[in-house]
Ligand binder design. Structure first.
Ligand SMILES: [Zn+2]
Length: 83
């Protein structure tokens, strides 16, 4: 049994994959809407086998490296500048 589906992916100029929508005929309207939105946002949209999306890295090498840093702790700095 082959359940091969295709997925639309939206890739930022840097290479990050930030959108993935499985192309389902029953959701064609929503899919088209999301794809149009992605294109408006400047993403490079392509249609690839869903399995390929599962296997591929979602972050570009640059942002993948950033994600490895303990960034969340830095955000805990008080928003008020009156120290
Ligand atoms: Zn990136």
């Amino acid at each position: 049994m082959t359940t091969e589906s295709e997925t639309y992916i939206g890739v930022k100029p840097c290479g990050c994959l930030i959108m993935a929508i499985v192309d389902r005929p029953e959701h064609q309207k929503d899919v088209a809407k999301e794809v149009a939105k992605a294109i408006r946002e400047g993403l490079k949209v392509s249609r690839v086998p869903t399995q390929q999306v599962r296997d591929m890295p979602w972050e570009c090498p640059l942002h993948k490296a950033e994600k490895g840093e303990p960034e969340q702790t830095i955000i805990e700095v008080t928003p008020h500048g009156n120290v």
